[in-house]
Design a binder for this molecule. Sequence first.
Ligand SMILES: Nc1nc2c(ncn2[C@@H]2O[C@H](COP(=O)(O)OP(=O)(O)OP(=O)(O)O)[C@@H](O)[C@H]2O)c(=O)[nH]1
Length: 853
Amino acid sequence: MSRHRVKNVGYDDDDYEDDEGYESPDPEEQEFLKQCTALVSQQLRAGQPSVNATTEEIQEALWHYYNDIEKSTSYLRGKKEKELKKQQTGAVPKKNGKQLDSVHLVIDFRGWAWANKLCSGCGFNSGDLPKTLELTPPGSLDNFLTGLPVPGFPALSSLPAAHFSAADFFRDSPWLNVPADRNMDIMVEPLYPRLGLLGGSPEAGGKVSKLAALAAARKRKEGEKATPTPTPTPDASSTPQPDKIEPSPPEPQSTPLSLRERLAASKSSKPETDGGVRKLGKPGFSGQGQAQEQPTPEPMQNPEFSLPEKAEPKDEPEPEQPSLDMRASPSGFASAIVGNAAGPTMAQPSHVQSNNVDLLRIYGQDHAEPFDFAGPSPDDMVLNAQNTAKGMKSKPAASKSAGDKKTPADLAGGLKDLSVDEKVSVKSKNLDVLAEYNKSKRKKSANFVVIGHVDAGKSTLMGRLLADQGAIDQRTLDRYRKEAEKIGKGSFALAWVLDQGSEERARGVTIDIATNKFDTESTAFTIVDAPGHKDFVPNMIAGASQADFAVLVIDSSTGKFESGLKGQTKEHALLVRSMGVQKIVVAVNKMDTVQWNRDRFEEIEQQIFSFLTTAGFQEKNISFIPCSGVLGDNISRRSDNAQASWYTGKTLIEELETSERYTHALDKPLRMTVGDVFRGSVQNPLSISGRLDSGSLQIGDQILTMPSGETALVRSVEVDGEPNDWAVAGQNVVLNLANIDPIHLRSGDVVCHASSPIPNIATFTAKVLAFEHLMPMMVDVHRGRLHVPGRISKLVASLDKASGEPSKKRPKIVAPGTVARVVIEMDQAVPLEAPTRIVLRHGGSTVAAGLLE
Ligand SMILES: Nc1nc2c(ncn2[C@@H]2O[C@H](COP(=O)(O)OP(=O)(O)OP(=O)(O)O)[C@@H](O)[C@H]2O)c(=O)[nH]1
């Protein structure tokens, strides 16, 4: 929808009758429109010449020009004057339904000659004619071609009839298919003498280049050589009989035939021995000329090399005819593999000599033991041994009685044995998980997502934090530094701690979320480093969905803070708030680049603070820290730079530690969004990772994965990288699964218990805060890792922000900043349930976020 339409659409119109229709303006607007219409009409009539326009035309113009009287009048005047002129000059012919305004007719040599003729016939001096004729007024090209008068040209009808009706002249000459006898009339000799192709017809006259003369001489020579003389070959028996060779056609056939031609020839003349076929019969299918230069190879002795027709009885009159076999002789490699076509040799056993390229036969039957598919593979043997050691049920060794030959049915059965239907069973300890959790002396844990505009220094800051907290050793850091310097990205060494992808490192940009852990005395932290680039906002949403609080990193350097504000700084902050994050720590980074200027810090603090409070963060949940990630100032230690002495507040790590213990819905049904599906190890060929949104699970649980609806067995559990018997909401886990095919699992899926499954839905109602104009439109629905294409199918109501009550029913458009209830339809059913936080994106930007109702 264009912005013009948006302009005239009332956001809160109640009288919405037709979802598709375009509504009329409200009474006030109608009155205003009436006045404008009258003014324009008056001005049109008052001007010179006086013109009239319909009310509809005037209102259309006013709509386009935002009710600008001057512009609308001048547009309509221009339009009307044009129409008037056209009426005066008569009807304008149309070509292909389009009007010809002005035509440039470029006359080529043929056309030029014809025009020349036309003009000389009527006394025109052809020299006066321009090579390019601009034919005006509109439609004159049609006129010109159909014999109607063209200004500046004599009327064709006034010219002698013999050749002056263009239409008649070309009537029997379809485009580009002029009869030969006419060519003389309309063709002119080219400016330069015509040459043949390289080595072509020098006799055609003209100066021939040395190269062309040389090529022509060679061609002539070849032509002479190609006279019908018998071709001596090493093996007379296998070559065509001289008398059977057809004399060369008048033009010696030196062009090799195409494969299609050769095939056709060989088919059509199979029993015949005509010269052409004989030529084709040569292995390699060379033409005659080539046959002279290349010795004819030995004919194939081994019957397995020939096509069926070669296997005809030996009493054929011409058994030694060259084979019609289309095969070339085997390559050196093929000979080495399957043997020489000439037959068995001392060095090669007979089965290798076979020219039937049945490698399975060669290596399976004659030479080697056939592979027993019914038995376990070497990998399975290792797996079984490991599983048996762990007390898990191993795959039974496939029954194999020595010497038994396997029938295809046996093999199929054996393969079936290897299928994923093989069930693994793990005994559950039937723990009271909540009681176990309450007993456990675990540190409080907190997940925080690091957000901010691209290149604000998020990864560097977190790399520094991890290094300071001992989560990464100095040797690894030194290695990263060296490697980063090698590719000219030395300043990104700390960022490489989190940016592990090769593309991320090469581009110096975070693409996907990265999680890392570090522990302080009181808390086990999980960092979720989100990409800052606008192209990767969906990944940032996935990261934010796992967070308890957020660290917003801001680049304080000159100009960068400002560009970040227009970029992703605000979008990220809004998104995390919409996803339920309440606490935000603002790291005002790169303070070294502004010499720790206090005014700069305070300016940033003030602007960001007012934005965050408007976005819904409470004052007490916002904190600011001036820091430098690269230098490590105010991250884990206070800056010792004298310029930074004015700051006496907390360091970043001190601020992080103030985070309270976050409570999670432990007693709710199990929900876990799958972040990743991977092969954990040989023992754990299928693992999934993610954070438990609610509920709990333990080893031996049967889980249900949605949307596939497939069940799986929890073989083992890792919580924060440590093996554990159970896991509860809020913990980051890896689940090692069994009894499920990986094709049923994808990131974004939801894990639950079969006793309280999450439904798959395709339509839902949500209460959203609009960041952009909302109307019935296509959107991508994001929930954590899950994102599905869909559309806002209905705007149910605009809501009062304070009370949540509908303020307007069925608005046609929802303005940014408004809370609205909308109906969303998705292209496929996905696991979603209330109350889930969702984000709606359209055309690469976030348009709304809210709660599924
Ligand atoms: N002077 C200075 N440069 C910094 C500081 N922190 C980061 N940088 C530089 O800023 C650039 C970008 O750093 P990154 O850590 O990759 O930024 P990012 O925000 O993680 O980038 P994306 O994740 O791609 O959005 C690198 O060249 C860093 O060396 C800082 O405190 N001071």
